[in-house]
Design a protein around this ligand. Structure first.
Ligand SMILES: Cc1ncc(COP(=O)(O)O)c(C=O)c1O
Length: 402
């Protein structure tokens, strides 16, 4: 990605124009003008012709969003459902799986997102089942060989948060998939911190379901998410609830007790009521990511993030907290500053026009507990980030550190 291209992309992004520098792309990134226009144009159309009528006119656009999502993940459009957020997509997926029974086991990685973990623990506790953590390699990534050793006929689910929310660690999701697939155990991936910044190939991953929100590295709008469901896994997927879209009324059967038949595609997990404007905005963001090429995006973000880690390592009082394989790390750079809580670092940098995240225990409770961390500051980058912005962040931290 040339400097000229980055300049053009930044010029097309209102959030890059102001005095603030955005280092919270992992929380939610900055949308392009074209993505915003796709949303506002449709809202204007809704106001003019009526929302239901506008939806009919936009049907091809929404289909293009689904097709773009499928292309991005190496899936088919029939394997893609839309949702309103990452947790909503994940919860819908998990709720659709066969119920757990006493003695069943659910295996999770150490970087499991806190909300996922709570959901699984609750589900397991109600059933008398258990949630266990797969052992990690020395660098913190999930140990796929150790997972193989845990498998028995009571394991009902393997759940993996692919990219950690509290730093750059990226698990080897394909290695985990090989073990789960060989054992025939459902495998669900939370790819919130991966999709849009790292190439994703659901076939190579061997996963049954995978989800990601639109607002993070894809630069789509809030209130959108993608849920992939493998075609041949559909028969294991029973929606927790149905509506007129996920299970059209079986009028031809003509009986009140007609058998319920959910749709024969991933949209059996999708709600009929949704924001078409946001789905169109997401489509624009997806098409933009595809046009730029995720390989190129990945290379630039990796280079920038390694550059930031190098800068931070040179500042006394600042400790980079990223673990995992340095070669595969994401654009999430985590660190602590001696004597300052992550939230205080965030507040102090915010005063200087630098926007970043601070993560406490709840997002990644298992990993934070294992490492004895209570809070980290997190600078998350985009391909929109520039070297000059990294310098500005490093300078601000050098002034902040004791
Ligand atoms: C790995 C991971 N999983 C899940 C979530 C929650 O997603 P959402 O806020 O879209 O429900 C996040 C949000 O940051 C995340 O990073």
């Amino acid at each position: 990605m040339t400097d000229a291209l980055i300049e053009a992309l930044r010029a097309d992004t209102p959030g890059c124009a102001g005095p603030r520098v955005h280092f919270n792309h992992a929380g939610a990134s900055l949308s392009s003008r074209r993505t915003l226009a796709a949303i506002t144009d449709h809202l204007a159309l809704e106001a003019e012709v009526g929302p239901m009528e506008a939806a009919v006119m936009a049907a091809d656009g929404v289909a293009r969003t689904r097709a773009a999502a499928a292309t991005l993940l190496n899936a088919t459009p029939e394997e893609i459902a839309f949702a309103t957020g990452g947790s909503a997509a994940w919860g819908t997926a998990i709720a659709s799986l066969p119920p757990l029974r006493p003695g069943d086991r659910v295996l999770v990685g150490r970087q499991e997102w806190g909300g996922n973990l709570t959901t699984l623990r609750d589900k397991a506790a109600r059933a008398g089942a258990g949630v266990e953590v797969i052992p990690s390699l020395e660098d913190g990534r999930v140990d796929a060989d150790a997972l193989a050793g845990l498998i028995d006929d009571r394991v009902r689910l393997v759940s993996l948060t692919w990219g950690a929310a509290n730093g750059g660690l990226v698990n080897d999701a394909a290695a985990v998939g090989r073990v789960a697939r060989a054992a025939g155990i459902p495998y669900v991936i939370d790819a919130a911190q991966v999709v849009g910044q790292i190439p994703v190939d659901v076939r190579a991953l061997g996963c049954d379901m995978l989800k990601a929100p639109g607002r993070k590295h894809l630069r789509g709008p809030r209130g959108t998410a993608l849920l992939y469901v493998r075609r041949d896994f559909l028969d294991k997927v029973t929606p927790a609830w149905l509506d007129v879209q996920s299970s059209p009324w079986a009028t031809h059967l003509g009986a009140d007790h007609a058998p319920v038949s959910p749709r024969d595609d991933a949209r059996r997990l999708e709600a009929s009521e949704a924001s078409v404007a946001l789905q169109l905005g997401l489509g624009n963001a997806l098409e933009q990511a595809l046009a730029l090429g995720i390989d190129h995006i990945r290379a630039r973000i990796h280079h920038l993030a390694q550059g930031l880690r190098g800068r931070l390592e040179g500042i006394p009082g600042v400790t980079v907290r990223d673990i995992g394989d340095p070669e595969t790390r994401s654009g999430l750079v985590s660190f602590t500053v001696e004597g300052l809580a992550g939230s205080a670092v965030r507040a102090r940098l915010m005063d200087q026009g630098l926007t970043l995240g601070a993560n406490g225990m709840p997002y990644t409770p298992l990993d934070m507990t294992t490492r004895g961390l209570t809070e980290i500051a997190r600078a998350s980058l985009s391909y929109l980030t520039t070297e000059a912005e990294l310098d500005r962040l490093a300078d601000a931290l050098a002034r902040l550190a004791p």
